[in-house]
Ligand binder design. Structure first.
Ligand SMILES: [Zn+2]
Length: 290
């Protein structure tokens, strides 16, 4: 079984020889980007749980993994990677709240691997907020509830309630919830609060062709029934602000002065998705160091 999990891991992240120790990490994201595997559903969930089990068994110093609750009967895990640098930025990342957006999970897991190696950040990461949905490749959980609209009081899902409980007493410089927009061909960052300067800095190295246009000032080509275009305002290319109630990003704004949703474009080449999703995520976290 362990070998099977290791096999899945290798397929997902293409990182280490088969004989490598359980605590091995990828050399760099470049290695991931050269051999991307478009993994989803059962295989993605197995690979992610498998890697977290390996990390738990590896007992590396400064790494803690806890189960904070369940969703559809599957555990929701939270990983903390501490940095020996007391000035390291405290960052929170979550992924997989929408089960049909698997590249958020592979991007977040790449960040986890690289942070274990570099200890650049004090990272708190929840890889799979919706494991049932990820297995079934559905936006909602298996009870057909959109977890990313369930953070307002009285609306709760078990996943939202688990995270609310786990976040008590924590605080961060920045929080990022990783998403994907299946119909889109450009990236965009959604801020919980207006902070154009920082978004400008985060996106400055991204080619404009890869950023969602802002010329009309509104959110273009929204998915009918899923998002209200009036709730999104485009500030400049790739940068939006929203007040879409009950989202994880809005919940996280109470724990970090800057809170973002990062959306990868699901309609472009997978390698491009992964490479730039990772780069933009890193740019967000770098701004937390300043
Ligand atoms: Zn999403």
């Amino acid at each position: 079984m362990l070998r099977l999990k290791v096999g899945f891991l290798l397929a997902a992240f293409a990182i280490v020889p088969i004989a490598a120790k359980a605590n091995s990490c990828p050399e760099s994201y470049a290695a991931l980007a050269r051999a991307p595997v478009h993994q989803r559903g059962e295989a993605l969930v197995s690979a992610t749980y498998g890697r977290l089990e390996e990390l738990k068994a590896g007992r590396l110093p400064g790494i803690e993994i806890e189960v904070i609750g369940t969703s559809d009967g599957f555990p929701i895990q939270l990983v903390r990677v501490r940095s020996p640098n007391p000035k390291a930025a405290r960052v929170f990342v979550s992924s997989g709240v929408h089960g049909d957006e698997p590249e958020g999970v592979t991007t977040g897991m790449a960040l986890l691997e690289n942070t274990i190696r570099s200890r650049r950040y004090d990272l708190t990461y929840v890889p799979m907020m919706n494991p049932g949905g990820l297995k079934a490749e559905t936006r909602a959980n298996l009870a057909k509830l959109d977890i990313n609209r369930s953070f307002d009081p009285g609306v709760g899902t078990e996943a939202a309630e688990a995270l609310k409980k786990a976040m008590r007493g924590r605080n961060f410089e920045v929080a990022v919830d990783l998403h994907g927009a299946s119909q889109k061909t450009q990236f965009f960052l959604i801020s919980a609060k207006e902070e154009g300067a920082r978004a400008d800095e985060i996106l400055k190295n991204v080619p404009e062709a890869l950023l969602l246009p802002s010329s009309t000032g509104t959110y273009p080509g929204y998915a009918p029934g899923l998002n209200d275009p009036k709730k999104y305002r485009m500030l400049f290319p790739g940068s939006a602000i929203s007040n879409n109630g009950g989202t994880l990003k809005d919940f996280l704004a109470a724990y970090a002065p800057r809170s973002y949703t990062l959306e990868y474009p699901g309609a472009v080449d997978f390698s491009l998705q992964q490479e730039w999703n990772y780069r933009i995520l890193n740019s967000i976290l770098e701004t937390a160091e300043k």
